[in-house]
Design a protein around this ligand. Structure first.
Ligand SMILES: Cc1c2[nH]c(c1CCC(=O)O)Cc1[nH]c(c(CCC(=O)O)c1C)Cc1[nH]c(c(CCC(=O)O)c1C)Cc1[nH]c(c(C)c1CCC(=O)O)C2
Length: 383
């Protein structure tokens, strides 16, 4: 037991120094460190390609992972999920560990992402929302008023012992491969709660923003607290980076984003800042919002396939970027995929760091062999 916890303690001590140089291997000094009995050799994790790229340093190769890499595209995932709901699986550390590790084993990616969902922390805290297969999150009682907001509660570590347990075990098993923690951003989560389910136009959400801004800001502020609480649990348990998914923010004008969304996402990034872990911000169709999403406080900005990375670099400024192969290309054959990867690797050089990814999540019908080939190609081609 103690043995398996040792690396976590070690990493926490490094992080608590709140000093970037600590993360890159410099030994912290001062009385606070004199009592340490753990070795101060930097863990290889801190020099992993993903974390180096996320800090704008030079990795040995361009790191690659895939958003939604765990999931239905993998037969081994479908097998372990048989007869078990998404929520149940998120509450079982053995399943969370297994499902998180599956794509790392299969694809050899440079990072793992904690298996959960953007609405999981709401469910853990007793909010009635279900993930319907083939549809997505569906809220039993869509939020229309202040009483609705009162039903949304941030989790505490005491609510989610299974999350802490799963992450501690993952960090220990992953060794030098970083674990990315994540949460849904206030707007994207609010869209499910206000619409009641997935939406194309976010009409009710936008009506609330403009028609009852006080109510909207109260809801978004509460959802910022939900994200902060869940991310804090993950980082304290040992996650090396966090990604805030504002997948549907691209449905907003820059004006609305700045007024109704940015302050709440900024609150999330600000709250996580003291941990010193890279903070990634991602959304789909966010070409017009890239500068604002960066300004919200992200260290790394995720880009979908619509904006080339060299243009994204101009819009974001000098920050590492993540992206951006069109997931549709997964079905186009290797002859089409290879030149696209080459182009993206080239354009990615415009940013101080590049983490290769798809422009959005892995589709459930993707061929795992294609993803494996992409990971390998990116790693060898960029070395
Ligand atoms: C918008 C969003 C959701 N969930 C998430 C987002 C943001 C990322 C994105 O834009 O894709 C985030 C998410 N959801 C899940 C992960 C797991 C980690 C990983 O990336 O591998 C992550 C990072 C598991 C999941 N979350 C969900 C699944 C599929 C359901 C299942 O396997 O039972 C998985 C593996 C369910 C879910 N949950 C959500 C949707 C739209 C769906 C799909 C519904 C369906 O098509 O069945 C909401």
């Amino acid at each position: 037991m103690l043995r398996s916890l040792r690396p976590i303690t070690h990493r926490r001590l490094f992080r608590r120094a709140g000093n970037r140089r600590c993360l890159t291997g410099a030994r912290p000094s001062g009385p606070a460190w004199d009592h340490l009995s753990v070795p101060l050799t930097p863990a290889p994790l801190d020099r992993s390609p993903y974390l180096l790229a996320a800090r704008g340093e030079r990795p040995s190769h361009t790191p690659v992972w895939f958003m939604r890499q765990a999931g239905r595209a993998l037969p081994e995932y479908r097998k372990v999920r048989e007869g078990i709901t998404m929520l149940e699986s998120c509450m079982r550390p053995d399943l969370v560990v297994e499902i998180t590790l599956q794509p790392v084993r299969r694809y050899g990616v440079d990072a793992a992402i904690f298996f959960s969902d953007i609405v999981a922390p709401l469910q853990f805290a007793g909010y009635d929302i279900e993930i319907k297969p083939g549809i997505g999150p569906v809220a039993a009682d869509p939020i229309r008023d202040a009483a609705g907001i009162a039903a949304v509660r941030p989790v505490t570590a005491a609510d989610v012992p299974y999350t802490t347990e799963a992450i501690q075990q993952l960090v220990s098993e992953l060794g030098g491969t970083p674990l990315i923690g994540f949460a849904g951003a206030p707007f994207t989560v609010a869209s499910y709660l206000v619409e009641g389910g997935p939406s194309k136009d976010f009409a009710k959400t936008k009506a609330m923003m403009h028609g009852n801004p006080d109510l909207w800001h109260a809801l978004a502020d509460r959802l910022a607290d939900v994200a902060i609480a869940y991310l804090t649990v993950q980082v304290e348990a040992g996650a090396s980076a966090i990604q805030l998914f504002d997948s549907w923010a691209g449905g907003l004008s820059p004006r609305d984003y700045e007024r109704f969304v940015l302050p709440h996402s900024a609150k999330v990034f600000e709250a996580l800042k003291p941990y010193g872990v890279p903070r990634v911000h991602f959304g789909v169709n966010t070409g017009e919002l890239l500068g604002l999403m960066s300004a919200a406080g992200a260290d790394v900005v995720g880009v979908d396939w619509r904006v080339p990375l060299d243009e994204a670099a101009r819009r974001v400024g000098p920050k590492p970027l993540q992206g951006n192969l069109d997931p549709a290309l997964l079905f186009a054959g290797w002859e089409a995929i290879e030149p696209e990867i080459d182009r993206i690797l080239e354009e990615g050089k415009s940013a101080p760091g590049h983490i290769f990814n798809l422009g959005h999540g892995v589709p459930p019908d993707a061929d795992p062999d294609v993803l494996q080939r992409i990971a390998k190609y990116v790693q060898t081609r960029s070395a």
